[in-house]
Design a protein around this ligand. Structure first.
Ligand SMILES: [Zn+2]
Length: 273
């Protein structure tokens, strides 16, 4: 590990403020979770090939809730078959060591951070979690989906009546919806803890960015704010990205190129040294 990174992590580890960790798809790559943004994200309904940015929308759900649910149950099946990797486990160790001086902000909806052992109190799932659903008519907050719903769901399976019945709101009888932020929706605090995520940087000892390239709005705001306020910034990614460029320009920034499953355990070990 280069001396500048080791020094920065030693200072951050000893500082009283929270260590804020922002994670994206790169941390789950070693667990076999595809991004669902590239070619593997295509989904055929009838004769039409949909891209995720068209399917993961409120307007698609309004038009064809059964088909959108089938896609999410397939994705949930992929996530249920995956297991957390060494990077997830290192962040559990970091939370256990730092307690309330740790905040995890994740763009991932795969649920692997919670399965690894990070607590819901310290984990801000700013894009939701596809193992949860809530009433489309806004009766109440998210509830966990039945454990086996979606396990082994093949790409071409349509929604059957029994599964559709399990996806109804117990209170009003209307559709449940996946507890995920759709492309045509806005962040909010009630569902996605947007304000908590932005506020987490106040007095932060470090912003550690793992496996995200800066494609969406909230992560960009966090990284830009950290650089502007001279919060120490470490950006790990497989390849250069807008976020690594920000870290390279920042007064107290370091770029770490490599696999999250290799690099995050080293970074956490240096923070806890
Ligand atoms: Zn309802």
């Amino acid at each position: 590990m280069e001396a500048r990174l080791r020094d920065l992590l030693a200072r951050a580890g000893a500082a009283p403020g929270p260590v804020v960790v922002l994670t994206g798809a790169g941390i789950s790559a070693a667990s076999g979770i595809p991004t669902f943004r590239g070619p593997e994200g295509y989904w055929r309904i009838g004769s039409v090939n949909y891209r995720p940015e068209h399917l993961a929308t409120r307007s698609a759900f309004e038009r064809m809730p059964e088909s959108v649910w089938a896609w999410y149950l397939y994705r949930r099946g992929v996530c249920l078959a995956a297991v957390p990797n060494a990077a997830h486990r290192a962040l559990v160790e970091l939370e256990r060591a730092r307690g309330e001086r740790f905040v995890l902000v994740t763009q991932n909806v795969d649920g692997l951070h919670l399965r690894a052992g990070n607590t819901p109190a310290r984990t801000l799932q700013v894009h939701g979690n596809l193992h949860f659903a809530r009433c489309f008519g806004a009766c109440g907050g998210p509830l966990p989906l039945p454990a086996e719903l979606g396990a082994g769901w093949p790409r071409d399976r349509e929604l059957d009546p029994a599964t559709a019945a399990a996806l109804r709101c117990a209170r009003c009888g209307g559709w449940l919806r996946p507890h995920v932020l759709w492309f045509d929706e806005c962040y909010d605090e009630a569902n996605y803890r947007f304000d908590s995520a932005l506020g987490s940087l106040g007095g932060a000892a470090l912003l550690l960015v793992v496996g995200t390239a800066g494609a969406t709005n909230l992560p960009s705001q966090l990284v830009t704010a950290a650089a502007a306020r001279n919060v120490p910034l470490v950006v790990q990614n497989l390849e250069p990205s807008p976020f690594t460029a920000t870290a390279a320009r920042a007064r107290d920034g370091v770029v770490v190129l490599g696999e999250a499953a290799d690099e995050v355990p080293r970074i956490v070990a240096a923070l806890l040294a």
